[in-house]
Design a protein. Sequence first.
Length: 289
Amino acid sequence: ATPLVTAVSTSIGAKRGLLIRNRAAFESARNLDTVVFDKTGTLTEGEFGITDIQEIGISQERLLEIVYSVEANSEHPIAKGIVKEGKKLNLKTKEVSNFQSLPGKGLKATVEGNEIMIVSPGYIRTQKIYFDQNHYEKLAQEGKTVVFVLQNNTLIGYIALSDIVRETAKEAIKSLKSMNIESIMLTGDNQRVASYVGKILKIDKVIAEVLPQEKSDRIDELIKQGKKVAMTGDGVNDAPSLAKADLGIAIGAGTDVAIESADIILVRSNPLDVVNIIKLSKATYKKMI
Ligand code: ADP
Ligand code: MG
Protein backbone atom coordinates (compact mmCIF):
# COMPACT_ATOMS: atom_id res chain seq x y z
CA ALA A 1 0.00 0.00 0.00
CA THR A 2 1.08 3.57 -0.60
CA PRO A 3 1.74 5.51 2.59
CA LEU A 4 -0.83 8.25 2.98
CA VAL A 5 1.72 11.09 3.08
CA THR A 6 3.11 10.14 -0.33
CA ALA A 7 -0.32 9.77 -1.84
CA VAL A 8 -1.16 13.24 -0.58
CA SER A 9 2.10 14.73 -1.77
CA THR A 10 1.76 13.38 -5.31
CA SER A 11 -1.61 15.07 -5.59
CA ILE A 12 -0.05 18.25 -4.19
CA GLY A 13 2.63 17.69 -6.83
CA ALA A 14 -0.02 17.48 -9.54
CA LYS A 15 -1.58 20.72 -8.33
CA ARG A 16 1.82 22.39 -8.60
CA GLY A 17 2.32 21.10 -12.10
CA LEU A 18 4.57 18.17 -11.24
CA LEU A 19 3.59 14.88 -12.84
CA ILE A 20 5.23 12.21 -10.72
CA ARG A 21 5.47 8.92 -12.61
CA ASN A 22 8.00 7.17 -10.40
CA ARG A 23 7.46 7.57 -6.72
CA ALA A 24 10.76 5.96 -5.66
CA ALA A 25 12.66 8.42 -7.82
CA PHE A 26 10.63 11.27 -6.33
CA GLU A 27 11.60 10.08 -2.85
CA SER A 28 15.28 10.11 -3.87
CA ALA A 29 15.00 13.80 -4.83
CA ARG A 30 15.57 14.85 -1.21
CA ASN A 31 19.10 13.36 -1.35
CA LEU A 32 20.23 14.93 -4.62
CA ASP A 33 23.57 16.74 -4.69
CA THR A 34 23.87 17.33 -8.45
CA VAL A 35 21.36 18.61 -10.98
CA VAL A 36 22.30 18.35 -14.65
CA PHE A 37 20.45 20.43 -17.23
CA ASP A 38 20.30 20.20 -21.01
CA LYS A 39 20.68 23.65 -22.58
CA THR A 40 18.41 24.09 -25.60
CA GLY A 41 14.75 23.98 -24.64
CA THR A 42 15.55 23.42 -20.96
CA LEU A 43 17.70 26.30 -19.69
CA THR A 44 16.64 28.27 -22.77
CA GLU A 45 13.17 28.62 -24.22
CA GLY A 46 14.13 26.72 -27.35
CA GLU A 47 12.56 29.43 -29.49
CA PHE A 48 15.18 30.26 -32.06
CA GLY A 49 15.18 33.28 -34.34
CA ILE A 50 17.55 33.69 -37.30
CA THR A 51 20.09 36.47 -36.72
CA ASP A 52 22.67 36.04 -39.50
CA ILE A 53 22.78 34.32 -42.88
CA GLN A 54 25.94 33.72 -44.90
CA GLU A 55 25.57 32.21 -48.36
CA ILE A 56 28.55 30.80 -50.24
CA GLY A 57 28.44 30.43 -54.04
CA ILE A 58 24.62 30.35 -54.09
CA SER A 59 21.90 32.98 -53.74
CA GLN A 60 20.62 33.67 -50.25
CA GLU A 61 17.08 32.92 -51.33
CA ARG A 62 18.04 29.51 -52.70
CA LEU A 63 20.04 28.68 -49.58
CA LEU A 64 17.08 29.57 -47.38
CA GLU A 65 14.63 27.60 -49.55
CA ILE A 66 16.77 24.49 -49.26
CA VAL A 67 17.21 24.85 -45.50
CA TYR A 68 13.53 25.65 -44.95
CA SER A 69 12.40 22.64 -46.97
CA VAL A 70 14.67 20.20 -45.15
CA GLU A 71 14.07 21.58 -41.63
CA ALA A 72 10.30 21.27 -42.17
CA ASN A 73 10.85 17.53 -41.54
CA SER A 74 12.52 18.00 -38.13
CA GLU A 75 11.08 18.55 -34.65
CA HIS A 76 14.27 20.10 -33.26
CA PRO A 77 13.92 23.64 -31.78
CA ILE A 78 16.43 24.89 -34.39
CA ALA A 79 14.17 23.48 -37.11
CA LYS A 80 11.06 25.06 -35.61
CA GLY A 81 12.81 28.45 -35.55
CA ILE A 82 13.86 28.16 -39.17
CA VAL A 83 10.43 27.00 -40.32
CA LYS A 84 8.74 29.89 -38.52
CA GLU A 85 10.99 32.42 -40.28
CA GLY A 86 10.58 30.63 -43.60
CA LYS A 87 6.81 30.97 -43.38
CA LYS A 88 7.13 34.65 -42.55
CA LEU A 89 9.31 35.13 -45.63
CA ASN A 90 6.87 33.11 -47.76
CA LEU A 91 9.68 30.86 -48.97
CA LYS A 92 9.00 28.23 -51.62
CA THR A 93 9.37 24.61 -50.57
CA LYS A 94 11.41 22.13 -52.55
CA GLU A 95 10.77 18.45 -52.71
CA VAL A 96 12.70 16.57 -50.04
CA SER A 97 13.42 12.83 -49.97
CA ASN A 98 15.57 10.44 -47.92
CA PHE A 99 15.23 12.64 -44.84
CA GLN A 100 17.33 11.40 -41.98
CA SER A 101 18.04 13.01 -38.63
CA LEU A 102 21.51 12.65 -37.14
CA PRO A 103 20.94 13.05 -33.37
CA GLY A 104 23.31 15.55 -31.78
CA LYS A 105 24.74 16.47 -35.20
CA GLY A 106 21.95 17.70 -37.46
CA LEU A 107 20.21 16.21 -40.46
CA LYS A 108 20.53 14.91 -43.97
CA ALA A 109 18.21 14.72 -47.00
CA THR A 110 18.08 14.75 -50.79
CA VAL A 111 16.87 17.93 -52.48
CA GLU A 112 16.66 18.07 -56.30
CA GLY A 113 19.12 15.19 -56.58
CA ASN A 114 21.68 16.82 -54.28
CA GLU A 115 22.65 15.53 -50.87
CA ILE A 116 22.02 18.27 -48.33
CA MET A 117 23.32 18.19 -44.77
CA ILE A 118 22.58 20.80 -42.10
CA VAL A 119 25.01 20.19 -39.28
CA SER A 120 26.86 21.42 -36.21
CA PRO A 121 30.31 23.07 -36.24
CA GLY A 122 31.61 19.95 -34.49
CA TYR A 123 30.58 17.82 -37.44
CA ILE A 124 32.16 20.23 -39.95
CA ARG A 125 35.43 20.03 -38.02
CA THR A 126 35.48 16.23 -38.01
CA GLN A 127 35.03 16.32 -41.81
CA LYS A 128 37.84 18.89 -42.10
CA ILE A 129 35.69 21.19 -44.22
CA TYR A 130 37.05 24.74 -44.46
CA PHE A 131 34.97 27.62 -43.07
CA ASP A 132 35.60 31.21 -41.94
CA GLN A 133 36.71 30.47 -38.39
CA ASN A 134 36.89 34.17 -37.40
CA HIS A 135 33.36 34.94 -38.45
CA TYR A 136 32.12 31.78 -36.79
CA GLU A 137 33.91 32.59 -33.50
CA LYS A 138 32.41 36.06 -33.52
CA LEU A 139 28.88 34.66 -33.86
CA ALA A 140 29.45 31.96 -31.26
CA GLN A 141 30.85 34.46 -28.77
CA GLU A 142 27.56 36.33 -29.02
CA GLY A 143 25.88 33.12 -27.84
CA LYS A 144 24.49 32.28 -31.26
CA THR A 145 24.03 28.70 -32.41
CA VAL A 146 25.40 28.28 -35.94
CA VAL A 147 24.34 25.56 -38.36
CA PHE A 148 26.30 24.77 -41.51
CA VAL A 149 24.76 23.76 -44.82
CA LEU A 150 26.53 21.27 -47.07
CA GLN A 151 25.52 20.38 -50.62
CA ASN A 152 27.27 17.22 -51.81
CA ASN A 153 29.86 17.85 -49.05
CA THR A 154 30.55 21.42 -50.21
CA LEU A 155 29.76 24.27 -47.82
CA ILE A 156 27.03 26.48 -49.34
CA GLY A 157 26.41 28.64 -46.29
CA TYR A 158 25.69 28.91 -42.61
CA ILE A 159 22.94 30.36 -40.49
CA ALA A 160 23.18 31.80 -36.98
CA LEU A 161 20.27 31.61 -34.60
CA SER A 162 19.71 32.90 -31.12
CA ASP A 163 17.60 31.59 -28.32
CA ILE A 164 16.31 33.20 -25.10
CA VAL A 165 17.75 32.15 -21.75
CA ARG A 166 14.95 31.40 -19.29
CA GLU A 167 14.89 33.85 -16.39
CA THR A 168 13.49 31.02 -14.25
CA ALA A 169 16.58 28.93 -15.05
CA LYS A 170 18.74 31.61 -13.48
CA GLU A 171 16.59 31.58 -10.34
CA ALA A 172 16.66 27.77 -10.22
CA ILE A 173 20.46 27.66 -10.30
CA LYS A 174 20.67 30.30 -7.59
CA SER A 175 18.30 28.32 -5.36
CA LEU A 176 20.17 25.07 -5.98
CA LYS A 177 23.40 26.80 -4.97
CA SER A 178 21.83 27.94 -1.70
CA MET A 179 20.86 24.31 -1.07
CA ASN A 180 24.46 23.20 -1.73
CA ILE A 181 23.47 21.38 -4.91
CA GLU A 182 25.82 21.58 -7.87
CA SER A 183 24.31 22.50 -11.25
CA ILE A 184 25.82 21.33 -14.52
CA MET A 185 24.95 22.14 -18.14
CA LEU A 186 25.21 19.20 -20.55
CA THR A 187 24.71 20.19 -24.17
CA GLY A 188 25.28 19.07 -27.73
CA ASP A 189 25.79 22.67 -28.76
CA ASN A 190 29.14 24.34 -29.28
CA GLN A 191 31.50 25.13 -26.37
CA ARG A 192 31.47 28.91 -26.86
CA VAL A 193 27.71 29.17 -27.07
CA ALA A 194 27.38 26.94 -24.02
CA SER A 195 29.90 29.02 -22.04
CA TYR A 196 28.06 32.20 -22.96
CA VAL A 197 24.77 30.84 -21.65
CA GLY A 198 26.54 29.32 -18.63
CA LYS A 199 27.96 32.71 -17.66
CA ILE A 200 24.55 34.38 -17.83
CA LEU A 201 23.14 31.65 -15.61
CA LYS A 202 26.13 31.48 -13.23
CA ILE A 203 25.96 27.69 -13.56
CA ASP A 204 28.70 25.71 -11.77
CA LYS A 205 29.93 23.66 -14.73
CA VAL A 206 29.48 23.50 -18.51
CA ILE A 207 29.99 20.35 -20.56
CA ALA A 208 29.48 20.99 -24.29
CA GLU A 209 29.61 19.23 -27.67
CA VAL A 210 28.39 15.90 -26.31
CA LEU A 211 26.45 13.39 -28.40
CA PRO A 212 23.33 11.73 -26.92
CA GLN A 213 25.18 8.56 -25.82
CA GLU A 214 27.96 10.67 -24.28
CA LYS A 215 25.35 12.62 -22.30
CA SER A 216 24.28 9.35 -20.72
CA ASP A 217 27.92 8.31 -20.11
CA ARG A 218 28.55 11.59 -18.27
CA ILE A 219 25.60 10.92 -15.99
CA ASP A 220 26.96 7.42 -15.36
CA GLU A 221 30.38 8.84 -14.43
CA LEU A 222 28.79 11.17 -11.88
CA ILE A 223 26.81 8.31 -10.34
CA LYS A 224 29.96 6.19 -10.13
CA GLN A 225 31.65 9.07 -8.28
CA GLY A 226 28.95 8.59 -5.66
CA LYS A 227 26.87 11.60 -6.66
CA LYS A 228 23.08 11.61 -6.46
CA VAL A 229 22.13 12.95 -9.84
CA ALA A 230 19.04 14.45 -11.46
CA MET A 231 18.97 15.07 -15.20
CA THR A 232 16.60 17.63 -16.71
CA GLY A 233 15.96 17.69 -20.45
CA ASP A 234 13.49 18.06 -23.29
CA GLY A 235 14.97 16.46 -26.37
CA VAL A 236 15.28 13.11 -28.09
CA ASN A 237 19.00 13.48 -27.40
CA ASP A 238 18.30 13.65 -23.65
CA ALA A 239 16.30 10.43 -23.41
CA PRO A 240 19.21 8.06 -22.59
CA SER A 241 20.53 10.37 -19.85
CA LEU A 242 17.05 10.90 -18.37
CA ALA A 243 16.72 7.14 -18.05
CA LYS A 244 20.20 6.79 -16.56
CA ALA A 245 19.95 9.48 -13.84
CA ASP A 246 18.73 8.78 -10.28
CA LEU A 247 15.93 11.19 -11.13
CA GLY A 248 14.97 11.98 -14.73
CA ILE A 249 13.00 15.20 -15.16
CA ALA A 250 11.40 16.10 -18.49
CA ILE A 251 10.27 19.53 -19.63
CA GLY A 252 6.53 19.25 -20.34
CA ALA A 253 6.80 21.10 -23.63
CA GLY A 254 9.54 18.70 -24.72
CA THR A 255 9.49 15.69 -27.02
CA ASP A 256 7.46 12.54 -26.31
CA VAL A 257 10.62 10.46 -26.11
CA ALA A 258 12.00 12.64 -23.31
CA ILE A 259 8.69 12.54 -21.45
CA GLU A 260 8.50 8.75 -21.70
CA SER A 261 12.04 8.38 -20.33
CA ALA A 262 11.52 10.62 -17.29
CA ASP A 263 10.41 9.99 -13.69
CA ILE A 264 8.81 13.40 -13.26
CA ILE A 265 7.40 15.79 -15.87
CA LEU A 266 7.39 19.54 -15.39
CA VAL A 267 3.96 20.39 -16.75
CA ARG A 268 4.69 24.12 -16.69
CA SER A 269 8.07 23.63 -18.37
CA ASN A 270 9.58 25.79 -15.66
CA PRO A 271 13.11 24.87 -14.47
CA LEU A 272 12.32 26.40 -11.06
CA ASP A 273 10.02 23.44 -10.52
CA VAL A 274 13.15 21.29 -10.19
CA VAL A 275 13.78 23.13 -6.93
CA ASN A 276 10.14 22.59 -5.94
CA ILE A 277 10.50 18.83 -6.50
CA ILE A 278 13.45 18.70 -4.10
CA LYS A 279 11.65 20.81 -1.49
CA LEU A 280 8.48 18.75 -1.80
CA SER A 281 10.43 15.50 -1.52
CA LYS A 282 12.25 16.74 1.59
CA ALA A 283 9.02 17.90 3.21
CA THR A 284 7.15 14.69 2.35
CA TYR A 285 9.70 12.15 3.48
CA LYS A 286 10.71 14.04 6.59
CA LYS A 287 7.15 13.51 7.82
CA MET A 288 7.50 9.75 7.34
CA ILE A 289 10.54 9.23 9.55
P1 ADP B 1 21.18 20.37 -27.14
O1 ADP B 1 21.95 19.39 -26.29
O2 ADP B 1 21.63 21.77 -26.85
O3 ADP B 1 19.69 20.23 -26.96
P2 ADP B 1 21.36 18.81 -29.65
O4 ADP B 1 22.18 17.65 -29.14
O5 ADP B 1 19.93 18.55 -29.93
O6 ADP B 1 21.55 20.09 -28.68
O7 ADP B 1 22.03 19.33 -30.99
C1 ADP B 1 23.41 19.56 -31.07
C2 ADP B 1 23.75 20.33 -32.31
O8 ADP B 1 23.40 19.56 -33.50
C3 ADP B 1 22.99 21.64 -32.48
O9 ADP B 1 23.57 22.70 -31.74
C4 ADP B 1 23.09 21.84 -33.99
O10 ADP B 1 24.35 22.36 -34.32
C5 ADP B 1 22.96 20.42 -34.53
N1 ADP B 1 21.56 20.12 -34.87
C6 ADP B 1 20.71 19.31 -34.20
N2 ADP B 1 19.51 19.26 -34.82
C7 ADP B 1 19.58 20.09 -35.87
C8 ADP B 1 18.65 20.51 -36.90
N3 ADP B 1 17.39 20.09 -36.96
N4 ADP B 1 19.11 21.38 -37.83
C9 ADP B 1 20.37 21.82 -37.79
N5 ADP B 1 21.26 21.48 -36.86
C10 ADP B 1 20.89 20.63 -35.91
MG1 MG C 1 17.30 20.26 -25.57
